[in-house]
Design a protein around this ligand. Structure first.
Ligand code: PXP
Length: 236
């Protein structure tokens, strides 16, 4: 399983004072040195953490892979095409939410999403669709030409009992198996942490996990390098 690190929270701390530190660009470089396979950042419409300057500099400095998480709006699509990340992960975005709350309705927006994917493919940018572990959504992602899916693991991460956690793990496993059967690259993320990753990594069909909150939270106490290295070891 590959590990990509979402560095949005570093920018969130910077924005708490509206200044220049801590810099998510520096964080990205340390994550890469510590063994991350890629860096994820979410350029939100309201620029609440990552901003346009960050995306520009991350593109210039990242040596692994830049995964630009984004809503499929005209403005952000334009920025993504100028930036040329290796990958865009399309997510639904609500202004009031604290974090991404669930997967895309790919099935209900097939025509629009197909056009967006085609546009990215014209620029050699791969596309991943963030979806809940629901067969119809995964089937629709495949049907409209997505290269990858990222399975939303929030429900699994929020399980309150061990039984519930195991049940929800199986839901994700089935979704991942379906993705693989359809020939998609299968990523996963949201709410994965140092505790639940040991169970989660038993899903052999997952190609890559994207983790932010848990790693950046641990980094506050042990430093980013060690936080990434520790997650790296657990993911492997
Ligand atoms: N994947 C997606 C699509 C996300 O929106 C997020 C949160 O920004 C993550 C993964 C990472 O989630 P977490 O910060 O809970 O590890």
């Amino acid at each position: 399983m590959r590990l990509t690190i979402n560095i949005d929270h570093v920018a969130t701390i910077r924005e708490a004072r509206g200044g220049v530190e801590p810099d998510p660009v520096t964080a990205a470089a340390i994550c890469e040195l510590a063994g991350a396979d890629g860096i994820v950042c979410h350029l939100r419409e309201d620029r609440r953490h990552i901003n346009d300057r960050d995306v520009r500099l991350l593109r210039e400095t990242i040596k692994t892979k830049l995964d630009l998480e984004m809503a499929a709006t005209e403005e952000i699509i334009g920025i993504a095409i100028e930036t040329l990340p290796e990958l865009v992960t399309l997510v639904p975005e609500k202004r009031q939410e604290l974090t991404t709350e669930g997967g895309l309705d790919v099935r209900g927006n097939k025509n629009y999403m197909r056009d967006v994917i085609e546009e990215f493919h014209k620029h050699d940018i791969e596309v991943s669709l963030f979806v809940d572990p629901i067969a119809e959504q995964i089937g629709a992602a495949h049907e409209i030409g997505s290269d990858m899916i990222e399975i939303h693991t929030g429900e699994f991460a929020n399980a309150r009992t061990e039984n519930e956690q195991r049940e929800l793990l199986e839901v994700v496993r089935k979704a991942a198996q379906l993705g693989k059967e359809l020939g998609l690259v299968v990523n996963a993320g949201h709410g994965l942490n140092y505790a639940n990753i040991t169970l989660f990594r038993s899903i052999g069909e997952i190609d890559e996990v994207s983790i932010g909150h848990a790693v950046i939270s641990r980094a506050v106490f042990v430093g980013i390098e060690r936080a990434v290295q520790e997650m790296r070891r657990l993911v492997q």
